[in-house]
Design a protein. Structure first.
Lengths: 286, 279
């Protein structure tokens, strides 16, 4: 009886699997869905690209059919205008000038922020004395002092660089201080027991320890410098990207404006990528 | 083994943390005198907070004692003496951002060994501890036992006459400790080093030491010294011998009262966590 029953179940089940084409294809469809999901989960870049395309499409549609072309251009037209922007009188020089201001501002922010951060981080007395001041200035909206910067440094590149440094240096100081703090005392004791000099300890113990936070600080500092330089350029300038963004906005040329912004974004990405590559090289051990 | 020559002379060393009258004042070590003979392995054993690690740090020049003097190789100790003394700590003291090989080389760089010798000496000491294949691994990729082997290799590469070990196997599991203890005994029988070894483990002390200095409860001082007459390298069978058991029991009897005292005097004040591990 039991054997007949079990055979009965088996015989009714088997043809279902093989013989029902509708269910079969649905099963295969399920499997395909699952495969697609695992594929996407493994390749987040594709999803990212998809999101960017969706946003660009939405922008294209909105700009073409719903919005005033005086205020916004569709991305296709922005892209087409890139060549024209590059060939506009004065733009190549403006790009060069802004890049120069960015690079110098960033270099100064790092060159001054790193030793200041080390000094504050390694000396408890200095830290307790000055860290509150650093944090206060860091938190203050520095844009309120922008007119003063122009007053002190003039309307040329110097004021842009100075304002960029004012934005970029503080995140570097703060992250370096935090990075130095977390060092395990046993590593210092052990280095000392093996005869390490102060320079040895700085170079081989403290420095490698704070590398990750230093790089995090450099990235924050980079976006700070970018913000400072552009704010100063927008506020008052006779050259540089800020001058041209103001001009394109006032002349209702959104395609050129967005084209210029795209170039600026490319500049920021290149700088950020340089920092990221360097960081990767230094953090093999993680 | 021991030639009778004194390698480390400890004279009336005492140490207290904080000033008298302060809430945090602790007398960790009371008037301790001890001669450590060249080539011997001396274990310091005692209840928590009895000052054995404090004494080790004083010998190593990492801590200036409140009173008394220590002489190493005839010279008074005033700071780290990297050419005479190498250290192995309980915690993982390898630099996490360097490979095992780089860690060993850094020790030699700090000590001032000429660059040309680094590679050969690093390889030699890594081979001695059985880590040659893991030279290019980072500490995070190794097990706890392998990390302590790497620390040992770093210390050996410094070629010092004295090795100070502060509970080097304290953070490892029982089985790893056993194996490392055996390997250490084999290794040290070959090297003629003077070793001071702090431990909590009775078995480890009996298995490794030529002499065991038993400390009293805080303020600690040497209560008794027990001699373990057994040639190095010690055979694993030594652990199961009656001699081993007898010595271990003797140590246990000596320690038991002191541990009670340490726990009893600590518990009511409730700050065992605050300073139990520090001294």
């Amino acid at each position: 009886m039991t054997s007949i029953q079990s055979r009965g179940v088996a015989t009714t089940a088997r043809p279902r699997e093989g013989g029902n084409p509708a269910l079969d294809s649905r099963l295969r469809g399920d499997e395909r869905m699952k495969a697609a999901r695992t594929f996407l989960l493994r390749h987040p870049g594709i999803v990212r690209l998809g999101a960017v395309i969706v946003i660009l499409l939405a922008w294209e549609i909105a700009a073409r059919f719903f919005m005033d072309p005086l205020f916004i251009s569709p991305p296709s037209r922005v892209f087409a205008s890139l060549g024209a922007v590059l060939h506009t009188e004065g733009i190549p020089n403006a790009l060069r000038l802004t890049f120069f201001e960015l690079a110098v501002g960033f270099a100064i922010a790092v060159a001054a922020g790193l030793p200041l951060g080390l000094a504050l981080g390694l000396q408890p007395f200095a830290r307790r004395s000055f860290m509150p001041i650093v944090l206060l200035v860091y938190g203050m909206p520095k844009v309120t002092f922008l007119p003063l910067f122009i007053l002190f440094f003039g309307i040329g590149p110097a004021s842009k660089i100075a304002f960029g440094v004012a934005h970029g240096i503080f995140p570097i100081i703060v992250t370096v201080v935090a990075g130095v703090q977390g060092l395990k005392p046993i590593l210092l004791i052990s280095a000392r027991s093996m005869g390490a000099s102060r320079r040895h300890i700085l170079r081989w113990v403290i420095f490698p320890h704070m590398i990750p936070s230093f790089f995090a600080g450099m990235r924050l500092g980079l976006s700070g410098v970018l913000l400072g330089v552009l704010l100063a350029e927008l506020y008052v300038s006779t050259a540089g990207i800020g001058y041209f963004t103001t001009m394109f906005t006032e002349n209702f040329q959104p395609a050129k404006l967005f084209g210029l912004i795209a170039m600026l974004a490319a500049m920021a990405i290149v700088l950020n990528e340089i920092v990221r590559r360097a960081e990767h090289r230094f953090s093999r051990w993680r | 083994m021991s030639t009778g020559e004194v390698a480390i002379r400890i004279r009336s060393v005492g140490h207290q943390f904080g000033e008298v009258g302060e809430a945090r004042h602790i007398r960790a070590l009371a008037d301790t005198s001890l001669d450590i003979v060249r080539g011997e392995l001396l274990c310091l054993i005692g209840p928590s907070g009895c000052g054995k690690s404090t004494l080790l740090n004083v010998i190593g020049g990492l801590l200036a004692p409140t009173s008394g003097t220590v002489e190493v190789a005839g010279k008074p100790v005033h700071g780290p003496m990297p050419h005479d003394i190498a250290y192995i700590f309980q915690e993982n003291a390898l630099f996490p951002w360097n490979t095992v090989d780089e860690n060993v080389r850094l020790g030699m760089l700090f000590q001032g060994v000429p660059k040309a010798e680094h590679a050969a000496r690093a390889q030699q000491s890594l081979q001695a501890v059985g880590l040659a294949e893991f030279a290019d691994h980072y500490p995070a990729q190794l097990s706890g036992g392998m990390r302590q082997r790497a620390s040992l290799a770093r210390a050996l590469s410094l070629q010092t006459g004295i090795l100070l070990m502060d509970e080097p196997f304290g953070a490892l599991d029982e089985q790893t400790r056993m194996i490392l203890g055996e390997d250490l005994s084999v290794l040290l029988a070959r090297t003629e080093k003077t070793i001071v070894f702090v431990t909590h483990s009775l078995g480890e002390a009996v298995f490794l030491a030529d002499r065991v200095a038993v400390f009293s409860a805080r303020p600690g001082t040497v209560k008794k010294i027990i001699r373990i007459d057994e040639p190095h390298p010690r055979n694993p069978a030594f652990v199961t011998s009656e001699k081993f058991t007898a010595l271990r029991n003797e140590l246990y009897a000596l320690l038991h009262d002191e541990i009670r005292k340490a726990v009893g005097s600590d518990a009511p004040r409730g700050r065992r966590g605050a300073n139990g591990g520090a001294p």
